[in-house]
Ligand binder design. Structure first.
Ligand code: ZN
Length: 428
């Protein structure tokens, strides 16, 4: 008898709790943007069930139990993606060298910073973030896992784990007495075997992609060394992204078969054409002038004044676009300007894309469907279509007319959960 009472009790609990698991949301969307084609479908209903998009169309049946969201006056689109972020890193100034940043905070503190930034960027409409290293001892992997467990609300995070680089990481001339403290953030790998081992180490600790840095010193990776990383990563289904500015190092990266070049500020037209031919993505991390100035006001660290560097970045983006290199929006935002959080800083990069003459439709594509392909999540996220994760945002103005409309995201849904819903009368 006792057993039967217990069973009945469990059944009642299950029935009470069931609607929470099977929550259905219907969004009445005035304008649904398909970033892949740059087209708009009017007056659609998006039905969201169990975190996924179940149906989209003008005549979708809305179940009586569904929560209905009215976005009939808004522009609705898939959540944004940043292809190059460092959620756990923050740089106040480069005066004391990049190495000082690694020494001042524990991995735990870095994870907390990552959590705060992750929540800020999600509120602004970034539902997927590719975190490309500099996260101390795999803090971004823990951050990703904590969000995936449901402990915190945050974007989907893909992380590279530690950055793999030739001896010294991105540090410069640390006295030998100090030891290789850069290993807190980097793995030294100086031949094919060490590179394979480093890739495996990152996979072991939970990497979703592999990140190499190749041209911080006079020595850089050969085609064979890049190819070793690519073979090892691809065998595990992971893409390879490489921090490289240009020159012979960049040529090796392209010929070695890396999936993406990060930054590439010194890429010549010839190298950009080679990228187009080989299908190498450019994650262009186009710092606006004010951001460069915040890190290095005099140009002492980067070797040129902020104005000159910013103009060069716009020119490189313009040339890459004209040549037809595949572009993914990535910010590399790690610095601070007064009154701006990490999301505000990331959205500042839209101005660079405008200045480079890239159309709003192309920019939005680089932030959604194109990014999803590079991240190898194009069958799960980046489109408003049945079966895709319900990562949906909305703006009061049309971003296909002016991309800056993305600065005012009023609605954010991540995996079917509403994390922001400011109606149209709210002006903030
Ligand atoms: Zn970076």
């Amino acid at each position: 008898m006792k057993k039967q009472i217990l069973a009945l009790f469990l059944l009642i609990i299950f029935l009470l709790a069931y609607p929470a698991f099977a929550q259905t949301t219907a969004i009445r969307a005035g304008n649904v943007i398909d970033p892949a084609t740059g087209t708009i479908a009017r007056n659609q209903i998006i039905l969201v069930k169990d975190g996924k998009i179940a149906e989209v169309g003008p005549k979708v049946n809305i179940p009586a139990s569904a929560e209905v969201i009215d976005l009939s006056n808004a522009w609705v689109m898939p959540g944004l993606m940043d292809g190059h972020a460092h959620l756990t890193l923050n740089i106040q100034s480069l005066d004391s060298g990049i190495e000082a940043i690694y020494l001042r905070e524990s991995t735990a503190m870095r994870a907390f910073r990552g959590l705060r930034n992750a929540q800020d960027v999600l509120q602004a409409g970034f539902t997927t973030i590719r975190d490309v290293g500099n996260d101390a001892n795999y803090a971004a992997a823990d951050l990703r896992d904590a969000i995936n467990k449901g402990w915190f609300t945050g974007p989907a995070i893909l992380t590279s784990g530690k950055i793999i680089a030739p001896f010294g990481g991105q540090s410069k001339r640390i006295p030998p007495e100090q030891g290789r403290f850069w290993l807190h953030e980097y793995i030294d790998a100086d031949n094919v075997d060490e590179i394979r081992r480093a890739v495996r180490q990152n996979i072991y600790y939970g990497a979703d992609l592999i990140k190499l840095v190749t041209d911080t010193s006079a020595f850089f990776y050969s085609v064979e060394e890049i190819r070793a990383a690519v073979e090892e990563a691809h065998a595990a289904g992971l893409p390879v992204s490489v921090h490289v500015m240009g020159g012979e190092a960049a040529r090796n990266v392209i010929l070695g078969g890396a999936d993406s070049i990060e930054h590439g500020y010194m890429l010549t037209d010839e190298l950009l054409k080679l990228m187009k031919e080989k299908g190498t993505w450019l994650v262009s991390t186009d710092f606006p002038e004010a951001h460069i100035a915040a890190m290095d006001p005099t140009g002492a660290f980067f070797g040129a004044p902020p104005k000159v560097l910013a103009a060069g970045i716009i020119d490189r983006l313009k040339r890459a676009h004209q040549i037809g290199v595949k572009l993914v929006f990535g910010t590399d935002s790690v610095d601070n300007l007064p009154g701006k959080n990490r999301a505000d800083m990331m959205l500042d990069y839209l101005a660079t894309w405008e200045a480079a003459g890239i159309t709003p439709a192309e920019t939005l594509r680089a932030m959604t469907t194109e990014a999803a392909i590079l991240l190898k999540i194009e069958k799960m996220r980046g489109l408003i279509a049945p079966g895709f994760g319900a990562d949906i945002i909305a703006t009061p103005a049309n971003p296909l007319e002016r991309i800056q409309a993305l600065r005012r995201v009023m609605f954010v849904m991540k995996d079917g959960k509403i994390v922001r819903n400011h109606n149209l009368t709210n002006t903030d």
